[in-house]
Design a protein around this ligand. Structure first.
Ligand code: HEC
Ligand code: HEC
Length: 284
């Protein structure tokens, strides 16, 4: 990959190590020797030339981290997904039902779900994420309490659900009733936050491929979520990642599950249209 000149990042006066982690362009992501994942695709028309090629964050990680994602036995995120499967099968709440009682085998019933969310929900009249749908089932169908957003059980079950869409292309609807949410997400993406006055685009559109401190900047795509991060040794949700990135600009940030992050999730997903789902992926 080519490295662009430093601009915004330099202005922020970050220490800039040498460019040593560029991965060869021909790396291919195949999981368990059988699931082929598209990690480089042509940009969607709505990107209007903002990116010349759309790339998964997997390409920006070093060979060891990349390899961990290529085999379920080496991918620590799969332990979360396994736990998610145990939760799926356990009855909970006043109705005495489990997810499996209604949805059966998630390999069938949840196939493709991660790739098409967030999605406008006619009944609820709003944009919903996978975690919101899970909580709707818990509160309205199981008589159980909603799970905390991006935490514990919610993230493990989401990882399990995502694993059944691996290799399928991100395909979110951004037109019709989803359009106003997409517009709102786009506005947030280009808003400059905090003392450092950086937007998502300052780093992930204008500077991907460059190093920021010791980190190789990616396009900030979300096809790999939930993501097992070596840094905090756990599965991380999309909104928690957004929160961390905004906090790094020294700005006041939004909360996981907020309207702002739900809209931003749709917009960021749409920037990765066509990338293969990787969740649970491995990142540093
Ligand atoms: C009593 C039956 C029932 C139980 C129990 C149940 N669900 Fe559901 N679930 C449904 C129905 C019905 C829908 C479709 C509702 C809709 O979209 O309006 C649904 C939809 C979903 C969706 C969206 C799927 C899609 O294709 O868009 C997800 C994700 C989901 N459920 C997860 C869960 C999880 C996780 C659990 C356990 C914590 C669970 N459900 C428990 C009945 C149930
Ligand atoms: C100061 C630069 C900076 C800003 C501003 C920033 N990020 Fe990040 N972001 C990073 C770094 C560094 C990483 C870790 C390396 C990587 O994957 O790019 C990261 C990682 C991510 C990831 C994980 C990608 C993956 O493959 O797992 C996502 C998603 C993301 N950012 C989204 C955003 C969004 C959305 C915004 C705006 C709200 C934003 N970032 C703002 C620096 C930034």
């Amino acid at each position: 990959m080519k490295f662009k000149t430093m601009s915004v990042i330099a202005a922020v006066a970050m220490a800039l190590p040498t460019f040593s982690m560029a991965d060869p362009d021909d790396d291919k992501l195949v999981i368990n020797g059988e699931i082929e994942v598209a990690t480089k695709v042509a940009p969607a028309a709505h990107l209007d030339g903002a990116l010349s090629e759309v790339m998964s964050g997997w390409h920006f990680r070093n060979d060891d981290t990349q390899a961990m994602e290529m085999d379920d036995f080496d991918n620590p995120g799969m332990l979360g997904a396994e736990n998610g499967m145990a939760i799926w099968e356990a009855a909970e709440g006043s109705e005495g039902k489990s997810c499996a009682d209604c949805h059966g085998d998630p390999a069938e019933s949840m196939k493709g779900v991660r790739a098409s969310y967030p999605k406008f929900d006619e009944k609820a009249g709003t944009l919903m994420t996978v975690q919101m749908k899970m909580n709707e089932c818990r509160t309205e169908r199981m008589g159980a309490e909603a799970w905390k957003y991006d935490a514990g059980k919610a993230i493990d079950v989401e990882a399990m659900i995502a694993s059944h869409s691996r290799g399928m292309p991100v395909n979110v609807a951004i037109d019709g009733p989803a359009a106003p949410f997409w517009e709102k997400g786009k506005e947030i993406y280009y808003t400059r936050y905090g003392q450092l006055e950086l937007s998502c685009a300052s780093c992930h559109e204008e500077n991907y491929g460059n190093m920021i401190r010791a980190d190789h900047l990616s396009q900030g795509q979300i096809n790999g979520f939930p993501t097992y991060r070596l840094k905090n040794a756990k599965l991380n949700g999309v909104h928690s990642r957004f929160k961390g990135c905004i906090r790094d600009t020294r700005a006041h940030t939004f909360s996981p599950g907020s309207d702002e992050f739900i809209a931003l999730e749709l917009y960021v997903a749409s920037r990765g249209m066509g990338l293969g789902i990787e969740g649970p992926s491995v990142r540093n």
